[in-house]
Design a protein around this ligand. Structure first.
Ligand code: AMP
Ligand code: MG
Length: 350
């Protein structure tokens, strides 16, 4: 299949181009498109066969549910059974934006989308091209990240091309994504709202809006054997570059010291270490290939760059990646969740 890449610089001016993508969605095909978080791979959420094409293109396990993207609140009411007050409040405050809200699904949503669960995650993305695409398609759009399953999520059209060229008919190129990590997934079906995946809308922001919000224990530690999985995505290796990743946590000077020693040890074995540092520490490393994931005082900056850096290490062909840890607060929690998962929870606590 030939993949067309269409640059969208101004969605208002480019209705014709976006309409072509919308037509593909309406005819049951998949299209990659930019959102403010990462690039999504979309299909008509009401068409089980179309949704099947997403799983096929990504190589995604069929028991991992998809998030449904909408461009107007009225669609949400049709997709779920009932919307609690707190959920309405959050949607009012954070949509369009990087927050996915999980509620009991209505009959309208096919099981292919929810992987057989009786709940559905819905969000309204903040990217103008995404909103236009959904609006013009006239249907809710199921969309996971537009990467091959297990790889780091795409934050540019180039990343999507790397993974999806020849596998899908069209990619809308809207430039680099702003947030850089996937949406916050908030389960509102239990007694207290629970964050299943941290993202651009931080736990602190949610707590300020609705009070108590819990964080699922699997955000920073692996699913144990026999543990009930609240979100199927938690089970899978994710965000992983080709080289094995080690996440180093603890006092910063000790992190630097540990990583320097480890990189030197690898060098002795004729192996190339990739060091995922921060602006503040980059110059303190001597061995290996060093990249900064951004300013550690500004975790949103790091979230924006993280996945691109992981893909760069793939291109540079390193044998092992040593990643610094950042504070697990605000956007830093999402950053640490993604690195921990990329590392398969191989974490060194100093
Ligand atoms: P992605 O599509 O790559 O952004 O991943 C979507 C994430 O949301 C995965 O971790 C899913 O397991 C999770 N998710 C989607 N829908 C649900 C749901 N109904 N219940 C629990 N988790 C969900
Ligand atoms: Mg994904």
């Amino acid at each position: 299949m030939k993949t067309r890449v269409i640059t969208i610089s101004d969605p208002e001016q480019q209705e014709k181009e976006i309409m072509e993508a919308a037509q593909l969605l309406r005819s049951g095909q998949v299209v990659a498109f930019p959102t403010e978080t990462v690039y999504g791979l979309g299909a008509n959420a009401l068409d089980a066969e179309a949704v099947g094409r997403i799983f096929k293109a990504k190589g995604r396990p069929s028991d991992n549910p998809l998030i449904v993207h909408i461009s107007d609140i009225s669609t949400w009411h049709k997709l779920v059974e009932a919307i609690p007050k707190k959920a309405l409040l959050l949607a009012d405050k954070f949509w369009p934006g990087p927050l996915t809200i999980i509620l009991k699904k209505s009959k309208l949503v096919p099981e292919a989308v929810t992987a057989g669960l009786d709940t559905v995650g819905v969000r309204m993305p903040a990217h103008p091209a995404a909103l236009k695409l959904i609006e013009l398609s006239g249907v809710p759009v199921a969309a996971p990240s537009a990467n091959i399953s297990g790889r780091p999520s795409p934050t540019s059209a180039q990343h999507v091309i790397e993974d999806m060229n020849g596998r899908i008919p069209m990619i809308l190129d809207g430039g680099k994504t702003e947030v850089g990590v996937e949406s916050t997934v908030l389960d509102m079906t239990g007694s207290a709202p629970m964050v299943l995946r941290p993202g651009g809308v931080t736990v602190e922001m949610l707590q300020a809006a609705i009070g108590q919000v819990r964080i699922h224990p699997n955000v920073m530690r692996p699913v144990q054997k026999d543990e009930k999985v609240r979100s199927p995505g938690m089970k899978y290796v994710h965000y992983a570059p080709k080289a094995p990743v080690t996440l180093v946590r603890g006092e910063l000077n000790r992190q630097v010291e540990f990583i320097n020693k480890e990189a030197a040890r690898l060098e002795k074995e004729s192996k190339r270490a990739g060091i995922l540092a921060t602006d503040q520490t980059l110059s303190r490393y001597q061995a290996g290939i060093r990249l900064s994931m951004g300013d550690r005082e500004n975790p949103a900056d790091i979230a924006g760059k993280l996945f691109a850096r992981l893909r760069e290490f793939d291109e540079l062909g390193v044998d092992a990646i040593l990643a610094e840890g950042v504070e697990e607060k605000e956007e830093g929690l999402a950053v640490m969740n993604r690195i921990a998962r990329a590392a398969g929870f191989h974490i060194i606590d100093l």
